[in-house]
Design a protein around this ligand. Structure first.
Ligand code: PLP
Length: 395
């Protein structure tokens, strides 16, 4: 018997546990001091009424012999896949429902998709990055190359023809930087993938935060992407499903490698290892795409984007460099006064009671940067920004 030794190569997630410990220690030592949590990536607004109503109706159906449902289709109910395909047609993308796979969230699919790829593939991952891309590939024993995000490229790295990779991760709007690729930049990635016979794994978990109509909210808005990309999306941040759990993955029928259709391989994988998402949850997700649903979730997204504006206008006044926030719920700033990520974390917590996320937690290129999340409560955030503005050591 032997374990999967790749797991031993995983770095301890000590940065994030250290963050939790530091906040706990601080609140124990200074019980009277208010802590402003600007680090969390979880949402704070509840499910909107139209979703709750749809789920209540589905619960009643499940309790009635004439409408009860047992095992569902592993790739999701047709009604939800149809609602998603209609949503994509508004973006100018025509999808067949068989190209859409419903899941319990983007994180699971981003990890599980690797089942259909050889562990000999070389993976290209932007840095800083959502840590799941790195850890799932370490578990699978794949070789990982990094492409660096920095101030010069506005944390939107572009392909380097000298690098040969088989699987490329892109996340736009980005976690942690909040930066969003434009069409021309995504086209460069699509061209690179086509030239290298590579596959782009495109994470669009934050697509609903894009308000600039010129920015692409799906990789499939880029010509050629259906021959080289898979898209992962989620209801978590779009509609407050972080606890309810639902997402979807799009694999175009055009996507073929080594003579095999990737959507067929994925369907085989899912029907073998996945039992589908609960009917009740899928009815809730379907309601997201109704006219009422779109209006109600937009109000919550506006709330978060307004929070982002509260943060960015404070940083503007303070003259601190940042990116993100306009079309994303994250703001990524350069730590002032040449502080490292952790020095700034300690300084902010001790002097203003603000807990953000040190950029280093997202990779080496995150050192000396810091992430603020806009998912909290607006009143708290305003107070936090007053505390931040009153600090001395910001230049
Ligand atoms: N992708 C990115 C970039 C994320 O930041 C997150 C969650 O924070 C996810 C995927 C996971 O989404 P889900 O809740 O659908 O698993």
């Amino acid at each position: 018997m032997e374990i999967n030794r790749n797991f031993l190569d995983l770095e301890d997630n000590y940065l994030f546990s250290m963050l939790g410990n530091k906040i706990r220690d601080f609140s124990k030592a200074f019980t009277e001091k208010k802590i402003y949590r600007l680090g969390i990536g979880d949402v704070s607004r509840p499910l909107v009424p139209v979703i709750v109503k749809a789920m209540e109706k589905a619960v009643l159906e499940m309790g009635n012999i004439s409408t009860f449902r047992g095992y569902g289709e592993e790739q999701g109910y047709e009604f939800l896949r149809y609602a998603i395909s209609s949503y994509y047609s508004k973006k100018g993308i025509n999808l067949k429902t068989e190209e859409i796979f419903i899941s319990d969230g983007a994180k699971s699919d981003l990890g599980n998709i690797l089942d259909i790829f050889s562990s000999d593939n070389v993976v290209l991952i932007p840095n800083p990055v959502y840590p799941v891309y790195v850890d799932t590939n370490i578990m699978g024993g794949r070789k990982i190359l990094y492409i660096n995000g920095n101030i010069e490229n506005n944390f939107l790295p572009l392909p380097d023809k000298k690098i040969k990779a088989d699987i490329i991760y892109l996340c736009s709007p980005n976690n942690p930087s909040g930066a969003v690729y434009n069409r021309e930049e995504l086209k460069l990635w699509v061209n690179y993938a086509l030239e290298n016979d590579a596959i782009i794994l495109f994470d669009s978990a934050y697509e609903s935060f894009i308000r600039d109509p010129a920015l692409p909210s799906s990789i499939f808005q880029i010509e050629g992407a259906s021959q080289c990309a898979i898209e992962f999306c989620s209801f978590s941040k779009t509609a407050g499903f972080t606890g309810t759990r639902c997402g979807y993955t799009i694999i175009p029928n055009d996507l073929v490698r080594s003579g095999s259709s990737l959507s067929k391989l994925w369907l085989r994988r899912q029907t073998t290892k996945f039992n589908g998402v609960p009917y009740i949850v899928q009815r809730g997700a379907e309601a997201v795409f109704s006219e009422e649903g779109q209006t109600q979730i937009k109000a919550d997204i506006d709330y978060y984007l307004n929070n982002a504006l509260i943060i960015s206008s404070t940083l503007d006044k303070l003259g601190i460099w940042y990116t993100g926030g306009k079309n994303a719920p994250y703001i990524w700033l350069k730590c002032p006064a040449k502080m490292s990520s952790w020095e700034f974390f300690d300084y902010l917590l001790e002097n203003a009671g603000i807990a953000g996320t040190p950029g280093k937690g997202f990779g080496e290129c995150g050192e000396c940067f810091f992430r603020f999340s806009a998912f909290g409560n607006s009143e708290n955030l305003k107070e936090a920004m007053e505390e931040l503005s009153a600090l001395e050591k910001l230049t």
